[in-house]
Design a protein. Structure first.
Length: 364
C-alpha cells in the first residue's frame, strides 16, 4: 500500500531570543497532493512555520519529517521543497526564461532539457511569448506566475506559498487564486499556503490549519472550520459570528434546552456528544442562519426581539446590526437578495429566529 503521507511535523518549537514564535506544534499527516493552508492573524507563527518547512529557519526543537526522513538540518537548496515568496523574489536583471531556468541551471541539467522544461512551465502558467521580458516589464499577476513557474519547473515534492497574492488588487487576487488552485489540482502538487485572508483560505484549501500565538487552534476542512469551530477564537476569526452565552437547562436524547439572557433556546443538533445539563456554553450563530422579520410579536420557537441599529447594503446581501436587550454587541444578520425583499430601516422593531440545529462550544 502506498503511504500517502508526505510530511509530518512533531512538537515543533521555534524561539527568537525570548520570543516563542512556534510553540510545541504538531501536524501528524500532510498528504500527497493536498492543498493545506496555514491561516491566522499577524504574528501567529504561520510564516515562521512555513520557513522551517522550507529550511530557511531551523527548529529550536522538534522534528520536520518528509517521506520518513528527518530534514531539520538540511539547507533549502537540498530539500525537496520550493517556495514562492510574498514579494516573488525574481531576479530583476534576468529575463522570464532565465528566472524560471535558474534552479535547473543550479542542478546542471543539459541546455536542451532546461529549455524544454522552462517552455512547459511557461505553458502551464500561460505566459508563452513573454520569456524574453524582464520582471519590470510584467504586471503583478504575471510576476506572480513567473514565481510559480520557477517553483514548478524543478519538480519539488512540496510547494510553499507565503502570502503570494497579498500584493495584487482584489479582482486579480480572486483570479489568481483560482489559477493557482487549477494548476495545483492538474499537477497533483502538494501545496502549503500561508495567508491571513479567511476568504482565500476557505476558497482554496482542502484543509485549514488555524493558528494563534504559535499554536494550532483547529485543523479541518473549510466546512468544518466554518460550521463547527472548536474554539471561540476560531469562531470569531472566521467570518462574522454571533455568540450568546448560556447554560444547559436540560437534555433529552439529542435535544438541549439552553437558558440565556435572550430566553430559552432548543438545540436539536445531532452532534452533541459530551454536553450535559449544567454545562456553560456559548451558542455560535452565523449571520446568514438567522431569520429576520419585520414584526415585534412573540412567536413560538427560538425567537427574540430586537431593533435595527444600522445596516450595510452590499448588493447581493444586506447586513443588519440589530440591538438586542441582554447582548453587549449587536446581533449581525445577513439577508441575501435584499433588493427583492425590501430594505429594513434603522429603528424598526424586528423578530429574530434561530435555527434548531445551531453549533455550541462548551466554555472552558
Amino acid at each position: 500500500m502506498v503511504n500517502d503521507k508526505i510530511l509530518e511535523l512533531k512538537n515543533l518549537v521555534k524561539k527568537f531570543g525570548n520570543i516563542t514564535a512556534v510553540n510545541d506544534l504538531s501536524i501528524l499527516s500532510i498528504k500527497r497532493g493536498e492543498f493545506l493552508t496555514f491561516l491566522g492573524p499577524s504574528g501567529c507563527g504561520k510564516t515562521t512555520l512555513l520557513r522551517m518547512i522550507g529550511g530557511f529557519y531551523y527548529p529550536s526543537s522538534g522534528n520536520i519529517i518528509m517521506e520518513g526522513e528527518i530534514i531539520n538540518d538540511i539547507p533549502p537548496e537540498k530539500r525537496k521543497t520550493s517556495m514562492v515568496f510574498q514579494n516573488y523574489a525574481l531576479f530583476p536583471h534576468m529575463t522570464v526564461f532565465e528566472n524560471i531556468a535558474y534552479g535547473l541551471k543550479v542542478k546542471k541539467l543539459p541546455g536542451k532539457e532546461i529549455e524544454k522544461k522552462v517552455m512547459n512551465a511557461l505553458s502551464i502558467v500561460q505566459l508563452e511569448g513573454l520569456e524574453h521580458r524582464k520582471p519590470n516589464q510584467l504586471s503583478g499577476g504575471q510576476q506572480q506566475r513567473v514565481a510559480l513557474a520557477r517553483c514548478i519547473v524543478i519538480e519539488p515534492r512540496i510547494i510553499l506559498l507565503d502570502e503570494p497574492l497579498s500584493n495584487l488588487d482584489a479582482s486579480l487576487r480572486v483570479m489568481m487564486r483560482e489559477e493557482i488552485r487549477k494548476i495545483q489540482k492538474s499537477l497533483g502538487l502538494t501545496t502549503i499556503f500561508v495567508t491571513h485572508d479567511q476568504e482565500e483560505a476557505m476558497s482554496m484549501a482542502d484543509r485549514i490549519v488555524v493558528m494563534n500565538q504559535g499554536k494550532i487552534e483547529q485543523i479541518g476542512t473549510p466546512l468544518e472550520i466554518y460550521e463547527k469551530p472548536s474554539t471561540l477564537f476560531v469562531a470569531g476569526f472566521i467570518g462574522y459570528v454571533n455568540m450568546v452565552k448560556g447554560k444547559i437547562k436540560s437534555r433529552q436524547n439529542e435535544s438541549l434546552t439552553i437558558a440565556t439572557d435572550l430566553g430559552e433556546f432548543i438545540n436539536m443538533n445531532e452532534d452533541l456528544k459530551g454536553f450535559k445539563a449544567g454545562d456553560e456554553v456559548t451558542i455560535i450563530i452565523r449571520p446568514e442562519a438567522v431569520c429576520l422579520e419585520k414584526a415585534s410579536l412573540k412567536r413560538e420557537g427560538n425567537t427574540f426581539q430586537g431593533r435595527i441599529q444600522n445596516f450595510t447594503y452590499i448588493g447581493y446581501i444586506a447586513r443588519y446590526y440589530v440591538e438586542v436587550a441582554g447582548q453587549e454587541f449587536p446581533f449581525i444578520v445577513e439577508i441575501s437578495n435584499p433588493g427583492g425583499r425590501g430594505i429594513l430601516q434603522a429603528g424598526e422593531q424586528v423578530t429574530l429566529t434561530l435555527p434548531l440545529n445551531f453549533h455550541c462550544i462548551k466554555d472552558r
